[in-house]
Design a protein around this ligand. Structure first.
Ligand code: HEC
Length: 414
């Protein structure tokens, strides 16, 4: 414990120094400071056995730099506590367009897969197979942009409720999460099928004690509009343009070598979409645009929202939905029957809760009644965004589902 404290303080000082120096022009890097999870195979581990570790060394070697790892588990607050905090400069993989960071050129694309025991003879083809209603389905609960994963959304959009959640995003203990659990649960028959992100699926299916079948989901889901396939890139801070340019050129030079590393880990790679236009992508959606969705008319689009409401939607579906209901819907009761329909709390026809009361209860909770205090997880800005989202749902103009941001539509129509 003491050790950790000392290490963190050291890292903090280094971080501050780095942040101060970051505005100075950079020459060639001598150190590639990588943000990396110590217990997250096949991505990375503290023995540097994951494919992110291998790719980090490949990139560093090309730049004649050395790898300096900054270990921080992929948990709530990981970006703030690693790359955005200045403790490290590059994440070896992130979906293109992940909001708070800048992403390089993509170097691979993968998608979600059904994973089931070969001896079950299931032959699943799509999320609309009615058999899914009768199966126990495992999904990872939290995705790269810290909201529910696309399959979790897509299944609940179909009213499929037999979900078993995996992942431990809220537990700060780096060893609390066992990424292989979801695939092992299929092997052990404790769930019937899992829907798993390709790299995770490919690696653990190969290491499973029984034969497992993998079937790819389509690029995006026609019902929920969620994408399943993602272009994956490296990530840096927005201001580190020079580093981004260097990484882009390594990706060009060494693309074949990088793909060979992925192959060693049995990462299922699908064909990347052709890059349209030469201009760098503007600040894009947190997940790639919905490929199969036509550009919407912004006047009649009842899901079009400001960035604050969008942000509120994200927070809500990380922290609040499990009691107050997906899309803030409680019909007839909330998922947690003790919780309150927050649309009713804010509605003039209901409790007509003023904004300040909402913020107060959200921050301090009502512990005796089972409402947690969120001031440890969320700041006032986040609570204000939550209020705006719930208010929009309460007023009724915002329909259920993933909202669209104006910036997404502008990106798409370019
Ligand atoms: C673990 C379950 C749980 C979670 C998660 C949860 N709540 Fe609650 N919440 C409750 C319960 C139970 C109540 C009802 C308390 C009572 O009886 O007064 C409540 C009440 C509230 C109220 C007061 C409503 C009213 O009309 O009095 C607000 C506001 C609220 N929650 C906001 C939130 C927000 C925002 C989040 C997410 C950041 C959240 N809650 C997450 C369980 C939860």
């Amino acid at each position: 414990m003491h050790h950790t404290g000392v290490k963190l303080t050291g890292a903090l000082l280094v971080g501050v120094a780095a942040a101060l120096m970051a505005s100075a022009p950079r020459g060639p890097v001598s150190e590639l400071r990588v943000c990396v999870d110590p217990y997250d195979m096949p991505f990375s581990n503290s023995q540097e056995e994951g494919f992110e570790n291998k790719i980090a060394h490949l990139v560093a070697g090309d730049l004649k730099a050395s790898v300096v790892n900054y270990w921080w588990p992929s948990r709530r607050g990981v970006l703030r506590n690693s790359i955005l905090g200045g403790f490290c400069d590059v994440m070896m993989q992130a979906p293109v367009g992940l909001d708070p960071v800048a992403t390089t050129k993509p170097y691979y694309r993968s998608t979600y897969y059904f994973v089931y025991r070969a001896d079950r003879g299931l032959q699943l083809r799509s999320l609309d197979d009615t058999i899914l209603k009768h199966l126990k389905i495992g999904v990872n609960m939290i995705g790269y942009d810290y909201t529910n994963t696309p399959p979790a959304h897509a299944l609940s959009a179909r009213g499929i409720v037999g979900l078993v959640g995996f992942g431990n995003f809220l537990n700060p203990d780096p060893k609390a999460d066992h990424p292989e659990d979801i695939v092992n649960a299929v092997a052990k028959d404790s769930i019937d099928v899992a829907i798993v992100w390709g790299p995770l699926a490919g690696y653990w299916v190969k290491h499973a004690p029984v034969a497992l079948t993998m079937t790819a989901l389509p690029d995006s889901d026609p019902v929920s509009g969620m994408p399943f396939a993602f272009d994956m890139a490296m990530a840096v801070r927005h201001r580190d343009k020079e580093l981004k340019a260097q990484l882009d050129s390594v990706i060009d030079r060494r693309h074949g070598d990088i793909l060979r590393v992925l192959q060693e880990y049995n990462v299922p790679v699908i064909e990347m979409r052709p890059v349209t236009g030469a201009a760098p992508a503007p600040a894009a959606a947190p997940v790639p645009a919905r490929a199969a969705t036509p550009v919407r008319d912004s006047v009649t689009d009842s899901l079009l929202v400001t960035d604050s409401v969008y942000q509120g939607w994200k927070w809500f579906h990380v922290y609040c939905f499990r009691c107050h209901g997906e899309d803030a819907l409680c019909t007839p009761t909330c998922i947690n029957p003790l919780a309150i329909d927050l649309r009713w709390s804010l509605s003039p026809a209901g409790k007509a809760f003023p904004r300040d009361s909402f913020v107060f209860v959200a921050l301090t909770g009502r512990l005796a009644k089972g409402m947690p205090a969120w001031n440890v997880m969320l700041d006032t800005t986040a609570i204000q965004e939550l209020y705006m989202y719930v208010k929009a749902r309460s007023d009724g103009w915002l329909k259920p589902g993933r909202p669209h941001r104006l910036s997404d539509l502008q990106t798409k129509s370019q």
